[in-house]
Design a protein around this ligand. Structure first.
Ligand code: ZN
Length: 501
């Protein structure tokens, strides 16, 4: 280890410890904390984030970082040290630009606003959340403006925080192509949606049995219960303290079996990524997934490409039937597979079918672009939202809970995050095509053998953590950078076949 790096390490360790404490509070807030805790706990969060910032943004670290960047040119650093320096420089640029007072105020705000959002959603009252959303947007615009450079727009600064390889021109090209090819297909399929019956899915499914089955599914995919736990929350998510403590949540609805099953598979995909990060990287700035897009590629890979396939369910469907014989004993596997791939008009992103899912993302992306280009006011957001759903999917929400208030992201200040879901979904298709060339994926699935698939992902993606970015991973793995065509062609082929178009 370089001598300078050795001096930096205690600062990094302290920052990581404070970050871990903040994550633990976030986990608690979303799962077990009583509703009334929000206001007081947000003060604690504010202080912790203030300390986190001070532990990184100070003269000592600034000088060490500068020295290390010089040493880097003289090749005195290991690859891991270089990757950490690069990541640290990125956080430095992000954090240093924000005055500490504003950063603290912002963290207190988002800690309260996520609770306000939950209540507004429950009460179907956008006007209760709108003032908080306005404040968050004002902060994000201000923070982004501090970091605008190299001809980037404020929205691109935010996009870059989640996925550095994709700027507006890349996303516009991807989404324009997607809209041109998939929206007409969705509209065609909608005309035939009644040809698939999945009324079995909305019968009564005991919540405890759903939890049990979802736990089984996570374990089947490789979730390690010695290093992970599963809890419940309003919006399923994954959070890691390090690679030996990875946590996921589920959400269970009595009259929607698929909702919990596919959330469980999705979050398990995220969890496997974090659990498989190399021990040498965990608890360092590169000890997490490469980007949000790459993370979503892993969750969507398991959720869609694996989890909606016949081969995956062949060895385990019997177990699902055994859990709910009253509802499923007369539903053959073929019918179940058609059911889980059924396309039908849906207003809720997290419950959308695979074919139209990306359109939900495009709507959010276009609205975020409008917000940051000052083309829409907070008051007009519900109207714009509803109009886009009408234009692209031919359906519109009748209330804000199933419209503008449905997602938690903006209440946390996560603008620029949504495109990661679409990028990830497309990356998953690209990886899947390549994986099928390298191994008999179908055969493994039919044998109930997930291990080779998981190990392939671990060895080519997971173990590297954030030492490589999305395009570097894709290039090393598939020999080419991001290409959305695999995803678009996969959808066209699969759904034309399923609906006999
Ligand atoms: Zn996800």
């Amino acid at each position: 280890m370089s001598k300078t790096f050795e001096k930096l390490k205690p600062y990094l360790d302290k920052a990581m410890a404070l970050q871990t404490a903040r994550s633990l509070f976030e986990w608690d807030t979303q799962t077990l904390a009583p509703f009334g805790a929000a206001d007081n706990t947000s003060k604690v969060n504010g202080i912790l984030s203030d300390e986190y910032m001070k532990s990184l943004i100070n003269d000592d670290v600034r000088q060490l970082l500068k020295k290390l960047q010089e040493e880097q040119e003289q090749a005195e650093l290991s690859d891991l040290e270089k990757a950490i320096i690069k990541e640290l420089a990125k956080s430095y640029e992000q954090l240093e630009s924000i005055p500490p007072e504003e950063y603290k105020e912002y963290n207190e705000l988002t800690s309260i606003s996520s609770r306000k959002w939950a209540k507004a959603k429950k009460d179907n009252s956008y006007s209760d959340f709108a003032p908080y959303l306005q404040k968050i947007i004002d902060f994000k615009k201000k923070f982004a403006s501090y970091r605008v450079k190299d001809g980037k727009t404020p929205y691109e600064v935010l996009l870059g925080d989640y996925e550095e390889c994709f700027m507006i021109k890349d996303l516009d090209a991807f989404f324009d192509k997607f809209k041109a090819e998939i929206i007409p297909l969705v509209k065609e399929v909608y005309k035939k949606t009644d040809t698939i019956d999945k009324s079995y899915n909305s019968l009564n499914y005991d919540i405890e049995k759903q939890k049990e089955f979802c736990k089984y599914l996570s374990g089947y995919l490789g979730f390690d219960f010695n290093r992970g736990v599963i809890a419940e929350s309003e919006h399923p998510f994954t959070l890691q303290l390090h690679n030996h403590d990875v946590r996921i949540t589920g959400r269970y609805l009595e009259n929607n079996l698929e909702s919990s099953i596919f959330s469980a598979i999705h979050e398990t995909g995220h969890a496997l990524y974090e659990m498989n990060i190399d021990d040498s990287l965990t608890q360092t700035p590169v000890g997490t997934g490469a980007s949000m897009g790459m993370h979503e590629s892993q969750s969507r890979f398991f959720e869609n490409l694996i989890g909606r396939s016949y081969d995956f369910w062949e060895p385990i469907y019997e177990k699902l039937v055994e859990a709910f014989p009253e509802n499923l004993q007369n539903i053959p596997l073929e019918k179940f597979i058609k059911g889980i791939n059924k396309v039908s008009p849906c207003l809720i992103r997290t419950e959308a079918d695979e074919l139209s899912y990306c359109i939900h993302i495009i709507i959010r992306y276009e609205i975020e672009k409008m917000i940051f280009n000052n083309e829409v006011t907070v008051d007009d957001l519900p109207k714009v939202w509803n109009q886009k759903y009408q234009d692209y999917l031919g359906i519109a929400p009748t209330n804000d809970s199933e419209g503008i208030l449905q997602d938690i992201h903006w209440s946390f200040g996560e603008f620029g995050y949504f495109p990661s879901y679409a990028i990830g979904t497309a990356v998953a298709s690209q990886i899947y095509e390549y994986m099928k060339e390298k191994m008999p994926v179908s055969e493994y699935l039919r044998q109930g053998n997930i291990t080779p698939i998981r190990e392939f992902l671990r060895d080519n993606i997971h173990k590297y953590g954030a030492t490589k970015n999305t395009n570097e991973i894709l290039k090393d793995l598939c020999g080419e950078e991001f290409k959305p065509d695999y995803y678009i062609n996969y959808l066209k082929e699969k759904y034309s076949r399923l609906y006999e178009l």
